[in-house]
Design a protein around this ligand. Structure first.
Ligand code: SME
Length: 138
């Protein structure tokens, strides 16, 4: 249990660091598979609290990534039909799956109030962050 609390604290620290350092990262969170259920659960975040702490597989950008195992970069959330709005200010979103021993166990999700802010650099950087997080989850 102590080790578990420690991971949650570390994830929150990562979220806070990313959100406060990158100007166009307005909300940063980690969702993980909720036990053996076909749903994601919010485990740590920085930014405004969201109502969407549980997201069924397949629903929204996050739920789609849980199923596809692929990065999902959304330059304009208004152009998405399978999208869950957390805040009226959000213009763009990026979701990068997090693999532990090759298994998609969760994801980092970032919302931006800036239009089309994410580049290949964000993808590479966030894949690196997820690899580091995967190491502490083992
Ligand atoms: N927009 C996400 C839901 C999570 S909030 O961004 C925090 C989605 O469509 O899955």
């Amino acid at each position: 249990l102590e080790a578990q609390l420690n991971i949650d604290d570390k994830l929150t620290t990562v979220c806070e660091l990313l959100q406060s350092t990158v100007p166009y990262y307005d909300w940063v969170g980690f969702y993980f598979r909720n036990g053996d259920k076909e749903e994601l659960k919010l485990k740590a975040f920085a930014g405004e609290p969201t109502d969407h702490t549980i997201i069924p597989f397949g629903k929204g950008i996050c739920g789609q990534v849980a199923v596809s195992n692929q990065n999902f970069v959304v330059p304009d959330v208004k152009a998405q039909d399978n999208y869950i709005a957390c805040s009226i200010y959000v213009k763009a979103e990026i979701v990068i799956p997090l693999f532990v021993d090759g298994v998609n166990v969760g994801q980092i999700d970032i919302d931006s109030h800036t239009a089309d802010p994410f580049s290949e650099e964000d993808v590479t950087f966030l894949e690196f962050v997820n690899k580091k997080v995967a190491e502490i989850m083992k």
